[in-house]
Write a protein that binds this ligand. Structure first.
Ligand code: NOJ
Length: 557
């Protein structure tokens, strides 16, 4: 077993859990979660088996983009707590073997940031060149708008400045100019600051936009932006050899691969697999894993110590931007046919369970896939209990409703008057009355118990995190079969994308005697024939993780 590597290169088999402090647990009754609340509930994460906590932005913010618009990169929003509370949280998490990372949002600042306030006020400001200005917007000003429902251009005229500034996202988020060496240095200083306070790395927001210097006036004179990413990584690991950069790069596979750096992986430690995620939904919509298989076959193998970050849902809309129009329509038809479930016509503002009609078997099958496919699984809070969305909440915030702890008032999230919650709870059949942590932790058949089991088996099976993955052909088109091998160990996983049971024949080896396979999830053991094959029935939306037992093996199953 690669024990040394698993400890040093901890992200290879981590379980990452993303949350927003303000929607997790409120201790002071103001209707908004706080850092102390998260500290009080840290054992929930420990019980689930989380090893890395990713904090969404907790910095001071006017909240035009749910905290992704920052006014002080060194601060903690006073509504959430203090630096002291944060250090306490990091210590509590570390005591439980949980590393803490946070969003690093340095493509842009808030327009309320003192740097921008100074920059717009005068051409002589030392911060003027920290942003990207033009007298006239370029001809392609409307190309590549991320929020087309809100914005019509990437360039905004500022009265005070007398010029246009670049904003890849909302107009309240002016882009910083990383072509400016002072900006590059400041970003490094920010990283150093938070590492010193105890963070183990960062989820880097909007990486391709951050590195894009197209707005800079003298582009020819600029260093290669990837050199800068390499510098960031080198600095990070000089300060803390165990820290990571988990990057948001939603590009075609070959372009994303570049962000891992050279073959030793000297840029991002991990990149999210946006393509695999989108193809998973297409496959689910078709009850046929073929598109997922195609994506996995096309997915570049990351450098040995790097890793893909795999996920089913995150805090943003379920983006479908890499599917064709027709494929996207198939996913809309299957999982979000109503207008108000869709966002900008390019994604869905929904969580998984309601998209799958709250079918427990199908939901469990999808999480089994998440934990058995190669890549480090990243969960979004509430997924472990099958929370839904609240479509009456605006935009992407529909999936960012408060955590559901109990069946009581406000789902046990806050003692505030329900009208004073800063964001409303989920209503209807997935409301706290029916979906909550307290009930599920005592129910062996709950989604929470299932995900706990998946986490435990995944952590015990280095084949899944370190192994070589091979996709197996089967005679049943609805069954996705893959095997992962690592240093003599083999796990074969089967997932049925359709609601009808299917039977498959799996070849474990050539002619062999005395082989068996044991299902790591149910414990069932099947004999392998002397020809090295076995037949297996997979229920509709069923799944299993079969460890191959060779004579003399001493695995604990
Ligand atoms: C990506 C984040 O995930 C999203 O929530 C945010 O709006 C943009 N970056 C801008 O920071």
């Amino acid at each position: 077993m690669r024990l040394t590597e698993t400890a040093d290169v901890w992200w290879k088999n981590a379980v990452v859990y993303c949350l927003d402090i303000e929607t997790f647990f409120d201790t002071d009754g103001d209707g908004r979660g706080d850092i102390r609340g998260l500290s009080q509930r840290i054992d929930h994460l420990a019980e689930l088996g989380v090893t890395c906590l990713w904090l969404m932005p907790f910095y001071p913010t006017p909240d035009r983009d749910d905290g992704y618009d920052i006014t002080d990169f060194y601060g903690v929003d006073s509504r959430l707590g203090t630096h002291g509370h944060l250090v306490e949280l990091i210590t509590l998490a570390q005591d439980r073997g949980i590393r803490v990372i946070a969003d690093l949002v340095v493509n842009h600042t808030s327009d309320q940031h003192p740097w921008f306030q100074s920059a717009r006020a005068s051409r002589e400001s030392p911060y003027r060149d920290w942003y990207v200005w033009r007298d006239e917007p370029p001809a392609d000003a409307a190309e590549g708008i991320v929020f087309p429902d809100q914005e019509t251009s990437l360039w905004q005229y500022d009265e005070q400045a007398g010029q246009y500034y670049l904003h890849q996202f909302y107009k309240q988020q002016p882009d910083l100019d990383i072509a400016n060496p002072q900006v590059r240095e400041e970003i490094i200083r920010i990283i150093g600051f938070w590492l010193q306070l105890g963070l183990s790395g960062f989820r880097v927001d909007a990486v391709p936009f951050l590195l894009d210097t197209k707005g800079a006036q003298d582009a020819g004179a600029l260093p290669d932006p990837h050199d800068y990413l390499r510098d960031l990584r080198a600095f990070l690991n000089r300060r803390n050899g165990h820290a990571l950069l988990l990057g948001e790069v939603n590009l075609p596979y070959q372009d994303t691969r570049k962000f891992f750096g050279d073959e030793d992986g000297d840029e991002l430690t991990m990149c999210f697999d946006f393509i695999g995620m989108q193809k998973l939904y297409l496959s689910l919509a078709r009850s046929d894993p073929a598109e997922l298989v195609k994506a996995l076959n096309e997915r570049p193998v990351p450098p040995e110590e790097a890793q893909w970050g795999t996920f089913v849902r995150n805090h943003d809309e379920l983006t479908l931007d890499k599917l064709t129009e027709q494929e996207k329509q198939e996913v809309f038809d299957a999982f979000g046919p109503d207008q108000d479930m869709q966002l900008y016509g390019r994604g869905l503002r929904r969580r998984l369970p309601p998209m799958l009609g709250n079918d427990p078997a199908r939901i469990k099958m999808v999480y089994s896939l998440l934990f058995s496919l190669p890549g480090t699984p990243v969960l979004f809070y509430g997924e472990e209990i099958g929370m839904g969305e609240n479509l009456s909440v605006d935009g992407r915030n529909a999936v960012r409703t408060p955590m559901q702890w109990t069946s009581g008032v406000n789902g046990g999230f806050s003692a505030a008057d329900p009208d004073n919650l800063f964001r409303p709870m989920v209503e209807g059949e997935l409301s706290p009355e029916y979906v909550n942590v307290a009930d599920q932790r005592r129910d062996p058949d709950s989604l929470f118990s299932w995900i706990k089991l998946l986490v435990q088996r995944y952590r015990e099976s280095p084949e899944l995190s370190w192994g070589t993955c091979t996709i197996l052909a089967t005679e049943a088109p609805s069954v996705f079969a893959h095997r992962s091998d690592c240093e003599g160990g083999t796990v074969i996983a089967l997932h049925n994308f359709a609601d009808e049971p299917a039977e498959v024949t799996i070849a474990v080896a050539g002619a062999a005697a005395g082989l068996r396979v044991a299902d790591l999830l149910s414990g069932a053991v099947t004999e392998v024939g002397t020809d090295g094959t076995f037949r297996h029935r997979v229920e509709g939306y069923g799944c299993c993780w079969l460890r191959v037992l060779r004579p003399g093996d001493r695995y604990l199953v």
